[in-house]
Design a protein around this ligand. Sequence first.
Ligand code: NAD
Length: 483
Amino acid sequence: MTTFEIEPGRLFIGGRWREAADGARTEVVDPSRGTVLTTVADAGAADVDAAVRAARDAFDDGAWSGLSGRERGRVLHRVAELIRENADRIAELESRDVGKPITLAHAVDVNNVANDYEHFAALAHSLDGSVRDTPMNALAYVRRRPLGVVAAITPYNFPLILAGSKIGPALAAGNTVVHKPAEETPLSALYMADLFKRAGVPDGVVNVVTGGPAAGEALLRHSGVDKVAFTGSTSVGRKVAAIAGETLKPVTMELGGNAAHVVFEDADLEKAVGAIIKGFVFNTGQFCMGAPRLLVARQVHNTVLGILADAVPGVPVGDPRAAETVVGPMAGERHLRKVEEYVELARKEGGRIVCGGERLDLDGGYYYKPTVIADLPNDSRVVQEEIFGPVLTVQPFDSEDEAVELANSTPYGLASGVQTGNLARAHRVADRLDAGIVWVNDWAMLDPAVPFGGVKDSGFGREYGPEALDAYTTTKSVVVSLD
Ligand code: NAD
């Protein structure tokens, strides 16, 4: 494996690197050791203003927005190529920053984001208008136009992928971007800024400002921003939507989740257990599409608990640099504390800890053992709220109707899943689950061709699929009199 020093980060504005106007910097922590990894510039309002102006100038001069979709697609293909050529370096950066196991950073984060940019490149190629048939003596045609400057605000858990899910379609459609990554995990965003430049994205088209909520809010409020693409928690999402509402900016909201994984008595349990474990330990449970709520038909409830009690303690937790590690540390100390608090609460709420239930003492890192909890009532906070850690609650159900009712009983609606050997039941239940995506007999099968997003408190708008372009374009109708 390659190793390299991580440089202190600066802001990337108008194609140049610079310090924050007031010189402020913030620390980035290595979650596997609890030590400082590096520092990055902490943007203030003046820096955000400079970034938006750079993006606006770049949009107006047409060096990107004026290209044909095919030309933009060619550059986005080059982005994907450069990601693949530099996969080792990017995976290591993402692994060190977030605490992701290096093997998964490679196989999932880097590989998926390269696939995603190829998909967005293809979307740029196929960006198309239409001609409308009307009774008027006129030629009516509709073109798709870019919106202008896009503010992309992203969370800490999948920095590379979630930046790509916004910057990719924004660029495909001809917009320019100011990206504010999460303050805890900003490193891959800075790497990508340089990569975009190397791929031939003109200066000012992608700008990166590192900073916290204040920088995010300055970006949202800026009159030069035409669209907001936000991924983060539901509570921050509400504030973001309110500010976007005040300033009349269109928003896409990818918010929290608390998915249910429903296991029927006719499921192939041996196969299902892999999906169940993946569903709650993947990315150390810091996964908006994770499945922390397992609902199991009463006939097989105790069997499934027994299988989990045997299998879960064997999941390799440890140093993200080790090839065999499946579960790394939580990305930050505050996330570890939150998990500890929820498990404590579960004990008070009558939960039975089947396995785990404590942190793992290793190298000063923020590790928590994958934890399975039975016997919690459905209205307990541990079941209803988003924990965002490697914690699974297990509840029995007695009928298909009850399974659906329990699955839909939280405010969230991002993902859901069904394990069954009955095809008709699979479709019937998938149809009734409140979720933007439903998996049958597996978990987290993702592809850029498949649209993704939430319902209810999990947000609105769709990323990926051809639908992704809807959020980054507007239509312009032209009606030409033929008289
Ligand atoms: P968060 O809401 O705390 O922060 C997200 C981003 O918003 C960060 O960049 C942060 O600096 C910024 N921010 C915070 N306050 C702001 C404000 N007032 N104005 C503007 N920007 C502000 O989320 P997090 O803790 O980084 O990420 C975890 C959350 O993200 C979880 O709830 C998870 O479910 C959700 N998430 C959702 C998806 C999805 O696709 N739906 C994907 C990943 C994560």
